[in-house]
Design a binder for this molecule. Sequence first.
Ligand code: SF4
Length: 390
Amino acid sequence: MTVSATPTSSDTSIQGILARQQLDAGREAWKQRLQRVTTGDVEAAIASRPGSYSLPKLLALVSPAAESYLEQMAELSRRLTLQRFGRTIRLYAPLYLSSHCVNRCQYCGFNTDNKFDRVRLSIEEALAEAELIAHEGFRDILLVTSEDRKFITVPYLTELARALRGKFSFISAEIYQMTAADYRRLFDAGIEGITLYQETYDRSTYAQYHLGGPKANYDMRLRGPDDFASAGMREIGLGALLGLAAWRIETLALGEHAFSLFKRYWQSRISFSFPRIRPAYGVPPEAFPHLVTDKNLVQMMLALRLCFADAGLVLSTREPAQLRDRFVQLGITKMSAGSRTSPGGYSQGDKDAGQFKVNDERSPANVVAMLKDQGLEPVWKDWDRAFLSV
Ligand code: SF4
């Protein structure tokens, strides 16, 4: 297990902050603090300036005591989101590029130990998939790849991004970790947002689920968002994989991570995603001890919204249609639709070994109709690089 150096009070790195707060290890004290939160603490947190962050406030909002205040929190979250984002929901689609991976993440169907026919898309094949995505109306695309550095190289990604720029107004990526210099090359080619999940902020849990490959290095992973934020990315995507460790404490670590980035890269937008463990090839969900219920998930989203007024809240098709339909009124700002989670999935359909099993299988048109029925405005495009050249 990698152990960080003893933190000093002047260490402002995220490693230093998490270690000082004991959010990366030895979390017993936090379990007790959560139990000690009173209804008075929750009411004070709800009465504080909406959208402002402090760790004690987030602690109160994710505590068991706050479960009796979800209605109030939902109303505040709805109002705050309306003020900051209007009645809009941005729509995006993921484009999977490769299912080859060198890592051994125990929760993922693409884990290198799994035996199945893996696929890589050539640039031409990726563009053909993107054409199908654009045909549905999407102008916001998320490039997704496993850790396949031999094939999905930086030149591959920059060439693909340049070819996509004419069709898509926003290109982001969920890719293996790179250096700040490489992130800068992606940014220059037109990729303007990166999402990198820490998966879990608890060091020992991280070691338990990451058994091999470059991603097994907790500290290196934690540095990633600083590297892509400093490369100029407009959108900084964060998240923990829900199901690996106790969600209330993971949310506290996530809040500290977001706040430390927000202070330094205020010109970028922080986005939170809420991936819950889903069944995947070789991955039974009952193998995970910290599964997150719908009620827990709502509380986590509301708590983060009440602490981060301008954060994007992203919901993928991992979640079932019925739940997504309710969540869009509570603070969600961006969602995927019609997703395929294997390379070539838009032209050939998802094979059994997608990265995870999609839960909301509705077409983009059906998702758009649902949003309109609820009085929301689906947005295919809310940004154009041309805005920068005035
Ligand atoms: S989570 Fe990502 S890095 Fe880990 S095995 Fe899956 S595709 Fe590879």
